[in-house]
Design a protein around this ligand. Structure first.
Ligand code: PMP
Length: 284
């Protein structure tokens, strides 16, 4: 069976799923998205992701094109039709189709797309074993990155810079020299026995993986602080990590080509990954 995607109420062959040239997502990045991880055919932290999607839509006054229960139904169908065991669901909603104009008509029919990807679980394990390299770069994004919008040009360029610098992620630096987050992940360091990540504000995306890991850290009695950190703090850290729906907890072994700790995956990386996986909610 060939790959199937969901587009505006229809299941379509991947190669024939086309949107209108004047879809506002295409012309203005006027839309939002979510990425759900799938593990053993089940959605990880569905409720957290769908609640964040509702918030993102609400913040930019886009309505759901179909009700939330139907979205879950179609996501399950995409998992089933594409035989996804481990992988991800990409869900995107744009404001819809209208003649190009910055201001938008109210009550447009929003466009919904659901795409599924199979990702063998050993791909994650292979990356985890080695850990990843991070480089830092200026945070050039707009001031409402708490909204998971399609406006991703700055993260695209940051990730490309990382890729060309033999790194897998870029950590973004604000005007005061603090790390906001990764181009597509939240950023963490371990100094002494305390784990640090930046507090939630409009300068970061409130990661669902972040939230679940915090729940697990608290449950297991680890010292955890929501506090901004900068390059000097990174130099003092014994371990570092990124978190995201697709990367879970991923160890960082180098930042700007300098080793974190001994430059190998630390023992807490493994513990925190296990704590995260134990803390997630699975929806079949
Ligand atoms: N920050 C940014 C900028 C992201 O793109 C992502 C990935 N969606 C995250 C953080 C992590 O969020 P989550 O854990 O919900 O995937």
């Amino acid at each position: 069976m060939s790959r199937v995607v969901f587009l505006n109420g229809e299941y379509k062959d991947y190669n024939n799923a086309l949107t209108h040239v004047e879809d506002r997502g295409y012309q203005f990045a006027d839309g939002v998205y979510e990425v759900f991880s799938v593990k053993n055919g089940k959605l990880i932290d569905y409720t957290g992701h769908i609640n964040r999607l509702s918030r993102s839509l609400n913040e930019i006054s886009i309505k759901y094109p179909i009700n939330i229960r139907s979205i879950l139904f179609h996501m399950r169908n995409i998992i089933r039709k594409n035989l996804i065991v481990d992988g991800l669901i990409y869900l995107q909603i744009t404001r819809g189709v209208a003649k190009r104009d910055f201001k938008f008509p109210k009550n447009l029919d929003s466009t919904i797309t659901i795409i599924g990807n199979n990702i063998p679980s050993d791909e994650y394990d292979k990356v985890f074993e080695k850990g990843i390299n991070v480089v830092t770069t200026r945070d050039l994004r707009w001031k409402r990155v708490d909204i998971k919008s399609l406006n991703l040009l700055a993260p695209v360029l940051a990730k490309q810079y990382a890729n060309e610098s033999n790194a897998q992620e870029a950590w973004l630096i604000d005007d005061d020299g603090f790390i906001t987050e990764g181009s597509s992940s939240n950023a963490w360091i371990l100094i002494g026995k305390t784990v640090y990540t930046r507090p939630v504000s409009s300068s970061i995306l409130n990661g669902i993986t972040r939230k679940t890991l915090i729940k697990g850290l608290n449950k297991h009695g680890y010292n955890f602080k929501e506090k901004k950190f900068n390059i000097n703090d990174i130099k003092k850290s014994k371990e570092a990590y990124i978190t995201s729906a697709t990367q879970y907890v991923m160890p960082v072994v180098k930042v700007n080509n300098k080793k974190i700790g001994d430059g190998k995956v630390g023992k807490f990386a493994k513990i925190f990954k296990e704590i995260y996986l134990e803390s997630v909610q699975l929806k079949s």
